[in-house]
Every structure is written in C-alpha cells, then in structure tokens.
Design a protein around this ligand. Structure first.
Ligand code: ZN
Length: 184
C-alpha cells in the first residue's frame, strides 16, 4: 500500500485543533500503523495524525531507532499515544528542531526540559512517561501539532518571516516547473 502523504506548510489542515479519541476502532489502529510506516520511511522521530490530514489526537514517536550499516532502520520501538497530554513540566531546554511538515528548515526552540506525559495506548491502557531531553522535546513538538501549532510558531517573528518568504518562493518555483512545457 502507498504511504500516506505528509502535509506541508502552509497547508491549512496543519492548523486544525484535533479531536480527542473516544473509541479505539480498527480505523484508528490502521492509522497508527500507517503513521509509523511514514515516520520510519521519511525518516523522522515523531509524527502526528493531523500531519496526514486526520484531525484526531494520535501521535507516534520513536526517538531510539538506529540505522544498520546498509541504512535500514533497525530496533523499531514506536510509542503510539492516544489523547496525549502533558500534565507536568519544568526547566527549559533549547533544541534544534525540524519537522516533516516544514521542509528545508531547522531552528532552535526553547521548550520545557522535563515533562510528565499521560496518554492511552491502542489497548486503552493508561500510559505515564517522565521524559527529558530529546523525548521531552519530541512530546511537546508532536502534541503542538494536535493543537494546530508548528515549531516555527515558537521562533522569532523575523526568523519565521524569512522562512515563510523562502517557502513561498520555493512553492512558486514548483508551480512554474510543473507548468513548464516538456523539452522536445
Ligand atoms: Zn512536526
């Protein structure tokens, strides 16, 4: 089956507030599996359902996969989190972030250094995780997606403005290229 397409900024669907999941259906299980496939294929370390156009509170995260010498991802251990919520946070940390929905851009973002996350898994069991460093950053980044927030919303207006201009130029070029007559 073809992989789901990751929506890219400035797609408006990335700005939706996602709905809580009240019942774990086969569709949700399938979507979770598809999100993991996309995450490992890109590859990324986290993906939120709204990034593939599904406005529900579901994220997948794997901050510990490794590449084999052949470039294959090994030791996959995805965390599939339904209705994730940060219930405690403290400290601050600055991390260089990127996002599969924000092409060709990285920037330092200030986040809470330590968080406590609660969620449920696909069997409706409660999950509670104390996270720090990369995992804490990743939880905050992915939960932001569920509220229509992107990491570029956390950087200075100036830096964001420069990125938005560059992205608009890139999109214009893509349109021009697609309209260009084929070489004879
Ligand atoms: Zn992201």
């Amino acid at each position: 089956m073809a992989l789901l397409e990751v929506l890219k900024f400035p797609d408006k669907r990335l700005r939706c507030i996602s709905e809580p999941i009240s019942e774990i259906t086969d569709e949700i299980r399938t979507l979770a599996a598809n999100l993991c496939d996309v995450m490992y294929d890109e590859p990324g370390i986290g993906l939120a359902a709204p990034q593939v156009g599904e406005a529900i509170r579901l994220i997948v995260i794997d901050t510990e996969w490794r590449n084999s010498e052949e470039g294959e991802i090994t030791s996959k251990n995805p965390l599939i989190l339904l209705n994730p919520e940060i219930v405690e946070s403290d400290g601050t940390i600055v991390w260089n972030e990127g996002c599969l929905s924000v092409p060709d851009f990285e920037s330092e973002v200030t986040r809470a250094a330590r968080v406590k996350l609660v969620a449920t898994d696909l069997d409706d069991h409660p999950i509670e995780i104390d996270a720090e460093e990369l995992q804490a950053v990743c939880f905050q980044h992915e939960i932001d997606h569920l509220d229509g927030v992107l990491f570029i919303d956390h950087i200075s207006r100036l830096k964001r403005g420069l990125y938005v201009k560059r992205r608009q130029k890139q999109l214009r070029r893509e349109i021009e290229d697609s309209e260009a007559p084929l070489p004879v």
